[in-house]
Design a binder for this molecule. Structure first.
Ligand SMILES: *[C@@H]1O[C@H](CO)[C@@H](O)[C@H](O)[C@H]1NC(C)=O
Ligand SMILES: *[C@@H]1O[C@H](CO)[C@@H](O)[C@H](O)[C@H]1NC(C)=O
Length: 287
């Protein structure tokens, strides 16, 4: 998809504004207020019960992202093993066979991070996720240097206690995406980066682009990859076809350690009551 990337870059050069920058890279799914993840407000001390203990070392790669824990209730089959909510604590009870994975979303108030991450690890969380789309103005919006400083303060102390996944980059054109990640990896000297996290959005009919991008990022960084968001635009039928093609591909590609289709909410995988929609049924059961 070099052609598309070139067009994006050209648009950036022509417009020359930071606003245009985040605008052109906003993906189909991310348009509109409900699709933009602001950092959840810090949970109160009485908020969420701790995640239930889960088994470690799952070989099931498939997971779900959510904002409301109850919407994960119907994902508890043999094909989905983990969940995350862009936050440090689960914010409710998850099905007992879903492993909760905490995320250090970005800058701001991280006063609960150490306690939440420690509790999650004690309950069986095997990994911690770094910042969410730091290369996107509408998301955690961090320079590589700022992200490295946050990493050293909040992530690095957990090295060896859990596997640490890099900030999750978008598939935007440079200086976003891999260019941002390369700068971060240079800036974060002495940092323990066990896995590479990334997101990718494109048309459901563009399976070849997804496959190439996902394969290339695994090869380039030589570490297990976590595709913590991916999304395909198009009709439900197009997305069904997409998932039926992509799920076996992802399960088979050894560089991919975990992945999560966007998302358990917004009438994508489940409706507002948590009922599995057709895409969710595919996601919950497809081999
Ligand atoms: C699984 O991986 C093998 C080896 O890379 C490849 O030949 C095969 O086509 C893959 N199958 C799927 C479903 O992607
Ligand atoms: C799970 O699905 C069932 C049936 O599809 C539904 O009745 C139930 O409400 C769903 N769970 C939640 C939490 O909504």
């Amino acid at each position: 998809m070099k052609f598309f990337a070139t067009l994006l870059s050209l648009a950036l050069v022509l417009s020359g504004t930071a606003e245009a920058h985040s605008h052109v890279n906003r993906h189909y799914r991310r348009v509109g207020p409900s699709a933009t993840f602001s950092k959840p407000s810090a949970p109160t001390t009485t908020a969420a019960p701790p995640p239930k203990p889960t088994s470690t070392g799952t070989t099931i790669k498939r997971g779900v992202s959510y904002n409301q824990a109850q919407l994960t209730e119907n994902f508890s089959g043999s094909k989905v093993s983990w969940a995350y909510n862009w936050a440090s604590a689960p914010g409710g009870e998850l099905p007992k066979d879903l492993e909760f994975i905490p995320m250090l979303w970005g800058g701001g108030d991280n006063s609960n991070w150490v306690n939440d991450a420690t509790a999650a690890i004690a309950s069986g969380s095997t990994h911690l996720l770094g910042m969410n789309e730091p290369d996107l103005g509408a998301q955690s919006n961090l320079s590589p240097a700022a992200a490295a400083a946050l990493w050293k303060q909040f992530m690095e102390p957990f090295a060896g206690k859990a596997k640490l996944c890099s900030p999750a980059i978008t598939n935007g054109a440079a200086p976003m995406g891999e260019a941002w990640l390369d700068d971060f990896l240079s800036a974060c000297d002495g940092c323990t980066i066990d896995c590479i996290a990334f997101h990718i959005y494109d048309s459901a009919t563009n399976v070849a682009y997804f496959k190439n991008y996902i394969t290339d990022i695994g090869t380039k960084y030589g570490k297990p990859t976590w595709m913590t968001e991916f999304g395909a635009s198009g009709s439900t039928q197009d997305q069904q076809t997409f998932l039926n093609e992509m799920l076996p591909f992802l399960d088979n590609l050894t560089t991919v350690e975990r992945y999560a289709y966007f998302m358990a909410g917004q009438d994508i995988l489940v409706d507002n009551s948590g009922n599995l929609l057709p895409l969710g049924q595919t996601y919950n059961t497809a081999s």
